[in-house]
Design a binder for this molecule. Structure first.
Ligand code: CU
Length: 258
C-alpha cells in the first residue's frame, strides 16, 4: 500500500477487516466456480450447457467486487466509475458486434458473411507459381555486399534448408578495400582468418585444404563480384572476410535448417 493511501481519505476507505472479508467472498465464489466445472464433483454433467451462464454471472460478481473495493471505484466520484464502465461497456459492445458480424453465436459462419465474402483473386496465380513440393527445392539465391568503404557486410544472417543448392553472389562494392566471403564451421571464423593470414595474399588470405572452410569466393578487388554455389547439411555455420583484420567486424551466421 502506498503512502498516499495511508492518509485519511475524503471518500472513506474499507477497513482491513472488510478487505479480508472481501477476499474470503472471492475465494468462496472461486470454489463454487471450480465445483461447477470439476468433473469429479458430479455437478458438471447434470448442469450441461447451463453452467456457462452461471459461470458468467459468478465471474461478473467477482469482477464487480474487485473493481468496487480493490480498485476503489465504490469510494471514488461517480464520474470516475462512469468513465471506467463506459470504456468497458464499449469494449463489450464492440466484441459482441464482431461476434455477430462474423460468426454469430452458432458454430458456422453466418449466411450473410458467407454470401458476401469476396474470394481472394490472387490464390490461383500463387498456386500456379508454387514449386512442386515433391520435387527437390530449387536453388536458394542469395546476395551479399559490403557497407560502403567500411569493414562490414550488409547482412549478418542467412538461412537455407539442408540439401538445397545455395547460389551466393558476393558484390564487393567498396571503392578501396579488398574482401572475400568465406563460409566456415561455426565458431572458427577467427582461427580460419589467422590461418588465412599465414597462407598469405597469394592464396587470397584463405588457408588451403582447410577442413573448416566449406565454401569461398576469391579475394575480390574493389568493385569485384563473384558467384559461388554450395550445398550444406543442417547446422549453423559462420561466414567471414579473412582479409587481415576484417574478421573482427565482417562476419555473420549461416543457418541451415533440416
Ligand atoms: Cu574484408
Amino acid at each position: 500500500m502506498s503512502a498516499t493511501h495511508e492518509q485519511p481519505h475524503a471518500m472513506g476507505h474499507p477497513t482491513f477487516k472488510q478487505y479480508a472479508l472481501i477476499a474470503i467472498i472471492l475465494f468462496l465464489i472461486t470454489i463454487v466456480e471450480f465445483l461447477l466445472i470439476y468433473d469429479k464433483a458430479g455437478i458438471d454433467d447434470r448442469l450441461g450447457v447451463s453452467k456457462i451462464p452461471l459461470l458468467i454471472v459468478l465471474s461478473a460478481v467477482k469482477f464487480a467486487i474487485v473493481i468496487m473495493f480493490y480498485m476503489h471505484l465504490k469510494f471514488e466520484a461517480r464520474l470516475l466509475s462512469g468513465i471506467f464502465l463506459a470504456g468497458l461497456g464499449l469494449a463489450f459492445a464492440a466484441g459482441i458486434a464482431l461476434i455477430f458480424l462474423f460468426v454469430g453465436f452458432g458454430a458456422g459462419p453466418r449466411e450473410f458473411a458467407q454470401a458476401n465474402a469476396v474470394p481472394y483473386a490472387g490464390h490461383e496465380v500463387e498456386a500456379a507459381q508454387e514449386p512442386e513440393t515433391t520435387a527437390p527445392a530449387g536453388p536458394v539465391v542469395v546476395q551479399i555486399g559490403v557497407v560502403g568503404d567500411t569493414l562490414a557486410f550488409d547482412a549478418d544472417h542467412f538461412t537455407a534448408s539442408a540439401g538445397s543448392e545455395v547460389v551466393l553472389t558476393f558484390n564487393n562494392g567498396s571503392g578501396v578495400n579488398q574482401h572475400n566471403w568465406v563460409l566456415v564451421q561455426a565458431g572458427t571464423k577467427d582461427d580460419v582468418a589467422a590461418a588465412g593470414l599465414a597462407a598469405g595474399a597469394d592464396n587470397g588470405w584463405i588457408p588451403q585444404g582447410d577442413a573448416r572452410v566449406l565454401a569461398q569466393t576469391s579475394l575480390l578487388d574493389p568493385g569485384g563480384s563473384e558467384e559461388i554455389r554450395f550445398t550444406l547439411e543442417a547446422g549453423t555455420y559462420q561466414f567471414v572476410c579473412t582479409f587481415p583484420g576484417h574478421n573482427l567486424s565482417m562476419f555473420g551466421d549461416f543457418e541451415v535448417t533440416p
